[in-house]
Ligand binder design. Structure first.
Ligand SMILES: *Cc1c(COP(=O)(O)O)cnc(C)c1O
Length: 360
């Protein structure tokens, strides 16, 4: 069977060149005589892999020098707990903006550890927009403000970075990391589960401002303490070595394509084409507020559940797979991360036009 265009929200499509490179090195990495999977995490070869991965990530995302970059386990979700455990450090208050299920889960987890306030939410409108917040909306003594930058399930993204003044801003960037340029100095901490734009599921990449490290309570589990992880350069225990190696290959690929700036241009073009096709169509519509539309996850519906299902099934037959919306919302969702070639989006648009003609 040929490779398909995989529109899955995550785990999602990886660049073919990267998969092929990993395959070519699978059984024997460089001069090592073994697979990266078989290598000691204390070996010279692996030390170079993790250092290169970090250097590339810093370069691509323009991470300032006063931030630590960590390669951890437990996916995006473990960060919901780690953020609260470590950053509720003075008043034990944190303010959350709830723009989807991931932000809500993070908020619910944080409630176990402190005084959590939902400052704004778009839940009553099925998360179809990003609330506008101002500096004055946050509690002055909040330890941090939390946002989910791109809402994978609902297809929205922040078109702006909220102004939180001196309060550290924490952002879940799982589904938008490496997709567009950001001023990281505006954030206290960012994290990204790898399976959307970086690599294998389970790995999570964190960038944390150094002055926010070292505040976990005494009884914090050792691996959930950013201080442990930062002091040991993510090597307190055996890190997910193969996933870190794979992430390094993806970072090299992004760099070879011109870096995040070039990715952003392509992503904006891909998304604009697809939204344009949806807006012009009489069959499909996008329920999301125009200015908040995600570059990565394009959500659309026909308004008829049976027709949506037919679309998803027939698209699959045409080699365009995983176009069903999240199991809790239905409809369609095309996840068009960095690795989705522009050709995949063109094929999808052509398929949508054909489907519309056939189903008038
Ligand atoms: C996928 C996703 C998560 C969850 O990641 P896991 O690795 O499954 O824990 C969290 N936040 C966002 C924005 C996501 O897209």
């Amino acid at each position: 069977m040929e490779r398909v265009y995989n529109f899955s929200a995550g785990p999602s499509m990886m660049p073919l060149e990267v998969l092929e490179k990993a395959a070519s090195e699978m059984t024997n990495y460089g001069e090592a005589g073994m697979s990266v999977m078989e290598m000691s995490h204390r070996s010279k070869d692996f030390d170079k892999i993790i250092k290169d991965a970090e250097a590339l990530f810093r370069e691509l995302m323009n991470i300032p020098d006063n931030y630590k970059v960590l390669f951890l386990q437990g996916g995006g979700t473990t960060q919901f707990s780690m953020v609260a455990l470590n950053l509720l450090r003075k008043s034990k208050k944190a303010d959350y903006i709830v723009t989807g299920q991931w932000a809500k889960k993070a908020m619910q987890e944080a409630k176990k550890f402190g005084d959590i306030k939902v400052v704004a939410t778009s839940e009553p409108d099925v998360y179809t927009y990003i609330p506008k917040v101002k500096r004055e909306d946050f509690r002055e003594d909040a330890d941090y403000v939390y946002i989910c930058m791109n809402n994978t399930i609902y297809g929205t993204r922040y078109p702006y970075i909220p102004d939180t003044g001196d309060i550290p801003l924490v952002a879940d960037m799982s589904s938008n990391i490496l997709s567009q340029e950001y001023d990281i100095s505006k954030f206290g901490l960012i994290f990204a589960g790898a399976q959307k734009n970086i690599g294998p599921a389970g790995l999570v990449v964190v960038a944390i401002r150094e002055d926010l490290i070292g505040f976990a309570p005494e009884n914090c589990p050792v691996l959930l303490d950013y201080k442990t992880q930062a002091e040991k350069d993510s090597l307190y225990n055996t890190p997910p070595t193969y996933s870190i190696y794979f992430a390094k290959l993806v970072f090299e690929w992004v760099k070879s394509k011109g870096g995040v700036k070039a990715m952003q241009e392509i992503n904006e073009r891909k998304a604009a084409k697809l939204y344009d096709a949806i807006d012009k169509s009489e069959l499909f519509k996008c329920p999301v507020n125009k200015e908040d539309r995600s570059l990565m996850n394009v959500v659309f519906v026909t308004g008829d559940d049976a027709l949506d299902k037919k679309f998803v099934a027939e698209a699959k037959e045409a080699g365009l797979v995983n176009l069903g919306g999240h199991r809790t919302v239905g409809g369609m969702r095309a996840s068009i991360y960095n690795a989705m070639p522009e050709e995949g989006v063109d094929k999808l648009i052509a398929f949508m036009e054909k489907f519309e003609k056939e189903n008038k």
